[in-house]
Design a protein around this ligand. Structure first.
Ligand code: APR
Length: 261
């Protein structure tokens, strides 16, 4: 994956937002196939900081690009593991928020829905979404660096680094780092969904990181209606017919209620 760019805030009066929600809901009611792409923003109301918010505390001096790369892991596996362990601890205390639950419910309200997430936190599945395509992997899984498969941990952890129970190889988190390819299944599934959907919902993502950001462009070129849920203007905003400016934990339940009306 690759990245670049910055964010701008747009103030939208409540009445305008309500009108846009109604219009977006009308598009969703007519849709036969909905593709949803989520990013870090949807989990921020569960207490998980987004990637491009400043890292806090101990990690303030690092950027995600310095920690989430194969080169960083080769240089200092212990540093990278310490960062991932701190994120896992945060995640163990986190719960899905109303935005996650609204998407799980939306799946039951439309004929077909594919949910693609860039998030590695598993919160969509915990909220009840099914068939989630994990574009960037899952932080709660370990992968063996020798066998390249999801693996269990050995009791033996030399130098404080986790080892594979089967072969003793060094483990890494089962996530996609900068410069690495997207896993084949989610990549193909997401591409097909973007190509075939009639509504594409982009939620809580800066739309800076490719190839995920390209899914909305694919959908737009194929004629889909693009709905964006984000408090801020993003790289995608110019392509979106409906920009719903607000936190997803509030906007998505309102959108779901309007769809159900
Ligand atoms: N509701 C909706 N959107 C929100 C909220 C919220 N409550 N809070 C913040 N946002 C928006 C921000 O305005 C921003 O556009 O969420 C977006 C988060 O952007 P990023 O931090 O760039 O996260 P994301 O787009 O998911 O990053 C993509 O980059 O570092 C990699 O692999 C990592 O999957 C990640 C990828």
């Amino acid at each position: 994956m690759a990245t670049g760019g910055q964010r701008i805030v747009e103030d939208v009066p409540a009445a305008v937002l309500a009108e846009r929600i109604d219009q977006a809901a009308a598009a969703l009611r007519k849709a036969r196939y909905v593709c949803v792409l989520t990013g870090a923003g949807i989990s921020s109301e569960s207490g998980i900081p987004t990637f491009r918010d400043a890292l806090t505390g101990l990690w303030a001096k690092f950027s995600p690009e310095e920690l989430a790369t194969p080169e960083a892991f080769e240089r200092d596996a212990k540093l990278v593991w310490d960062w991932y362990e701190s994120r896992r601890r945060l995640l163990r205390e986190a719960e899905p928020n109303p935005g996650h639950y609204a998407l799980a419910e939306l799946e039951r309200r439309v004929p077909k829905l594919t949910l693609v997430t860039q998030n590695v936190d598993g919160l969509h599945q915990r909220a009840g979404s099914s068939g989630v395509l994990e574009y960037h992997g899952n932080i709660l899984r370990d992968r063996c660096t020798l066998e390249q498969i999801v693996a269990d941990r050995s009791e033996d952890s030399r130098n404080g680094l986790p080892r594979c129970a089967a072969c003793g190889g060094l483990l890494r988190p089962d996530v996609v780092w900068f410069g690495e390819p997207i896993p084949r299944g989610p990549m193909l599934g997401a591409a097909a969904a973007a190509e075939r959907c009639d509504v594409f919902l982009s939620i809580g993502t800066s739309s800076l990181v490719y190839p995920a950001a390209g899914l909305a462009e694919t959908a737009r070129h194929a004629g889909a209606t693009i709905i964006e849920v984000n408090p801020n203007v993003t790289e995608l905003s110019a392509l979106a017919q409906f920009a719903l400016r607000g936190p997803s934990g509030r906007v998505l339940p309102a959108l779901l209620a309007a769809v159900a009306d």
